[in-house]
Design a protein around this ligand. Structure first.
Ligand SMILES: *[C@@H]1O[C@H](CO)[C@@H](O)[C@H](O)[C@H]1NC(C)=O
Ligand SMILES: *[C@@H]1O[C@H](CO)[C@@H](O)[C@H](O)[C@H]1NC(C)=O
Ligand SMILES: *[C@@H]1O[C@H](CO)[C@@H](O)[C@H](O)[C@H]1NC(C)=O
Ligand SMILES: *[C@@H]1O[C@H](CO)[C@@H](O)[C@H](O)[C@H]1NC(C)=O
Ligand SMILES: *[C@@H]1O[C@H](CO)[C@@H](O)[C@H](O)[C@H]1NC(C)=O
Ligand SMILES: *[C@@H]1O[C@H](CO)[C@@H](O)[C@H](O)[C@H]1NC(C)=O
Ligand SMILES: *[C@@H]1O[C@H](CO)[C@@H](O)[C@H](O)[C@H]1NC(C)=O
Length: 365
């Protein structure tokens, strides 16, 4: 149904009313009116003291930029004009005594959150995100956008598309940086695992945020994003000096299963105070190895099995085993199974190592 006048074209649909004035189009959405009492008291709903058809009430609203919607009381046909509400309104149930059309879509069904009348949007419950608060963050950048003042390490579940599982990880935020911890070794976990474990990820269950985990090769590409990113290896000690060492890898690209998760990076930097110690010195363009998937460049030896851990092991000359066993293990590992890191003395690792982490550095937002 519709009609035309010289200045205005109005069409009334079942759910929407469109006004095409000569200058602009205004769309009105059928919406549910709630908490009329509060709105009237707060003067964000005002009677124009005239009975009107809803269409005419909407025409009145369409030419007024401060008007957010129009409604007509069913039993009296009184027209009401709606403006911004600053207070909170109880929208748990609608008022059926009004026909209400809003310039904004009807309030959304907030799945894990509450309706915020002032911003006309869902306010999500931690750590949900999205218009309807119905999903987990895709990555730590998105987490940071929704929870900008959550500093420190937050263990949360991400849902990085197109992975079909939730990925437990830690978003680490300081006043000027944001990163995704994809690997943490605090010594309580045995990292001598199968490739399948390394693809799917693993953690200590239930997962206190400060224990060991590995997010999984399947999640890594989407956490890294489509363009080459920076990764950082951070090593923490329980001594005053050093407290921690940081090593940055720029331009990191990780291949998928077809390359056995081949790692490529552009450059390496030991950050302030850290001794030179490139854990991936010989690992550029190297596939990932585990005891059951030997992809190192030594055809005579299985170095992942000897190291008792997974890593991008290059060859027999391996100097780095960040997922190896801590020295306080009651059962000493065989072969070369202890944790080692180039440039860091065995004494420091033996006596003062607290944890090793691998971070993806996220754009800071
Ligand atoms: C119209 O309905 C409202 C409830 O929606 C009621 O409070 C009011 O008294 C009614 N007015 C008339 C004139 O019937
Ligand atoms: C992890 O946190 C718990 C609780 O705060 C603490 O008791 C425990 O010592 C921590 N473990 C490590 C390895 O830091
Ligand atoms: C993080 O997730 C958001 C939302 O899905 C997406 O727009 C953004 O591109 C992602 N960032 C990276 C670096 O992948
Ligand atoms: C790693 O290999 C890539 C591809 O050959 C190359 O572009 C890059 O410069 C290498 N990185 C380092 C640190 O040598
Ligand atoms: C790692 O596990 C494999 C398979 O069980 C075993 O052969 C190897 O000795 C282990 N490595 C270490 C260092 O314990
Ligand atoms: C072994 O690796 C170190 C650095 O990690 C390198 O300086 C050295 O030349 C390598 N030795 C051999 C025999 O490849
Ligand atoms: C070894 O040290 C780590 C880190 O301090 C701790 O989490 C772990 O429980 C210790 N393991 C043993 C067997 O003492």
């Amino acid at each position: 149904m519709g009609y035309k006048s010289s200045r205005t074209v109005i069409s009334v649909l079942q759910l929407l009313i469109f006004f095409t004035l000569t200058e602009a189009t205004t769309t009105f959405y059928r919406a549910t009116l709630c908490d009329v009492k509060t709105r009237l008291a707060n003067k964000c709903m005002t009677s124009v003291n005239k009975p009107e058809r809803i269409v005419n009430c909407c025409v009145r609203c369409s030419s007024d930029s401060s008007c957010l919607g129009a409604s007509v009381q069913l039993n009296t046909s009184s027209c009401y004009i709606h403006t911004q509400c600053s207070g909170t309104t109880d929208c748990s149930k609608g008022d059926p005594g009004f026909k209400y059309y809003s310039k904004r879509p009807d309030k959304l069904p907030c799945v894990y959150g509450t309706w915020n009348e002032a911003t006309w949007s869902c306010k999500c419950s931690y750590p949900r995100v999205g218009k309807l608060c119905d999903r987990l963050p895709t990555n730590c950048t998105e987490f940071g956008q929704y929870w900008p003042t959550t500093y420190g390490d937050s263990m949360i579940a991400l849902n990085p598309s197109p992975i079909n599982r939730n990925v437990i990880t830690v978003c680490s935020r300081t006043k000027d940086s944001l990163s995704t911890i994809v690997l943490r070794n605090v010594g309580e976990q045995n990292f001598n695992r199968t490739l399948s474990d390394y693809v799917q990820g693993f953690l200590t269950n239930p997962p206190p945020y400060n224990l060991s985990f590995w997010v999984g090769m399947d999640a890594m590409p989407s956490l890294l994003g489509p363009t080459p990113r920076n990764m950082r290896i951070s090593i923490f000690f329980n001594s005053a000096t050093p407290k921690r060492y940081d090593y940055r890898y720029s331009g990191v690209v990780l291949g998928d299963s077809s390359t056995n998760y081949m790692l490529t990076y552009e450059s390496y930097t030991a950050l302030s105070g850290a001794p030179n110690g490139n854990c991936l010195e010989l690992s550029n363009m190297t596939s990932f190895s585990t005891w059951d998937s030997d992809n190192d460049k030594d055809s005579t030896e299985n170095w992942a099995s000897r190291a008792g851990a997974g890593w991008w092991f290059p060859s027999s000359n391996f100097t780095c085993n960040p997922l190896g066993a801590f020295y306080n293990k009651s059962t000493p590992p065989t072969d070369d199974g202890y944790l080692r890191f180039p440039g860091i003395s065995t004494d420091l690792i033996r006596n003062n190592l607290v944890r090793i982490e691998l971070h993806i550095e996220d754009p800071y937002a």
